[in-house]
Ligand binder design. Structure first.
Ligand code: IPM
Ligand code: MG
Length: 368
């Protein structure tokens, strides 16, 4: 089992280190190799996704990814910015299916900005198409940019497009995923305004004919954004394009009050995958040892399940994370000042949280 480890920038290195620690206590044989990506790779090699990093990722069964980006790169020409590394990995590895679960952990109900009854038990799965849409439209790079901006320009544009096969394959992924859950899919579009998303809606409807056991409804993206805060539990599987999925998945993640807890998987048609936390590189807290490593640790669990065919090891990590939360450990992002008086809760840093997960796993291994 070959894993390319790409920590990236900001808190990326700190949280990935914890996930690697967790993988190493599982009694499984991994070949792990680490490489630079994002701003860190730009500093060292002049490019956010060097050939050597891309090759390592392509040759691996799975990529464990931290996060990329820092405001200090905002002046770089767009192709050299850290974000291009993750976009390049997605495109080059064909990682078209992005799974972004939004799960509300029982112990963290109070961390949400919504009323507890709205989100208790929330478990939705956003499936975002990841290699098409306006993110990869034509023309790209036909620009007169100076320092990444357009002084004096009269217009700028990006084009939105989807092909039939691109929509068909992501629709199938969503219907298959729904079959393993509550058999409901909401396809999110903007068919009332955009040709691309009328086409999206038509193709999803056609593919649905092969899945008569799954219920399908369609929703405009603005309404979906509203329904997500009004009655999030009405959703189960949500499938949408790259751009809307980017926005809705952040919204859904934060509903749970704990974006620091949510993993994600990006898969291609041969189940090779990239696994990363749903949050970003958080340069404001980088190096302080306070970031929550659980989203990355849970991403490693998704990696074991989807790409490495080790579902039991994945279960073991996930139940260790639940144990650690139940034992009262909280990183700053899931800590509220109201907790301070509670004897059962304790604020911890990145490393202590990782160590606690390791300890919970070793305990279950010893118990057999
Ligand atoms: C995400 C991020 C990326 C995206 C950025 C970093 C390019 O926001 O994974 O959601 O827009 O896809
Ligand atoms: Mg995003």
């Amino acid at each position: 089992m070959k894993i390319a480890v790409l920590p990236g920038d900001g808190i990326g290195t700190e949280i990935v280190a914890e996930a690697v620690k967790v993988l190493n206590v599982l009694d499984l044989k991994f070949e792990m190799e680490t490489a630079l990506v994002g701003g860190a790779a730009y500093e060292a090699h002049g490019h956010p996704l060097p050939e050597s990093t891309l090759k390592l990722a392509k040759d691996a069964d799975a990529v464990l990814f931290g996060a990329v980006g820092d405001w200090k790169y905002d002046k770089l020409d767009r192709p050299l910015r850290p974000e291009q590394a993750i976009l390049g990995l997605r495109k080059n590895l064909g990682l078209f299916a992005n799974f972004r679960p939004a799960i509300c952990y029982e112990q963290l109900v109070g961390a949400s900005s919504l009323k507890p009854e709205l989100i208790a038990g929330l478990d939705i799965l956003i499936i975002r198409e990841l290699t098409g849409d306006i993110y990869f439209g034509q023309p790209r790079g036909r620009r007169t940019a100076v320092d990444g901006h357009f002084p004096g320009a009269e217009e700028a544009f990006d084009t939105m497009r989807y092909s039939r096969p691109e929509i068909e394959r992501i629709a199938r992924v969503a219907f298959e995923a729904a079959r393993k859950r509550s058999k409901r899919v909401t396809s999110v579009d903007k068919a009332n305004v955009l040709e691309t998303f009328q086409f999206w809606k038509d193709v999803v409807t056609e593919v649905h004919k092969d899945y008569p056991d799954v219920e399908l409804d369609h929703m405009y993206v603005d309404n979906a954004a509203m329904q997500l805060v009004r009655a999030p539990k009405k959703f189960d599987v949500v499938v949408t394009g790259n751009m809307f999925g980017d926005i809705l998945s952040d919204e859904a993640a934060m509903l749970t009050g704990s974006i620091g807890m949510l993993p994600s998987a990006s898969l291609n048609s041969s189940n090779q995958g990239l696994y990363e936390p749903s949050h970003g590189s958080a340069p404001d807290i980088a190096g302080k040892g306070i970031a929550n490593p659980l989203a990355t640790i849970l991403s490693a669990a998704m990696m074991l399940r989807f790409s490495l065919n080790q579902p039991q090891a994945a279960d073991r990590i996930e139940s260790a994370v639940k144990d650690v939360l139940a034992s009262g450990l909280r990183t700053a992002d899931i800590w509220s000042e109201g907790n301070a008086g509670s004897a059962s809760l304790r604020k911890v840093g990145t490393r202590e949280m990782g160590d606690a997960v390791v300890a919970a796993i070793t305990k279950t291994i010893t118990k057999g």
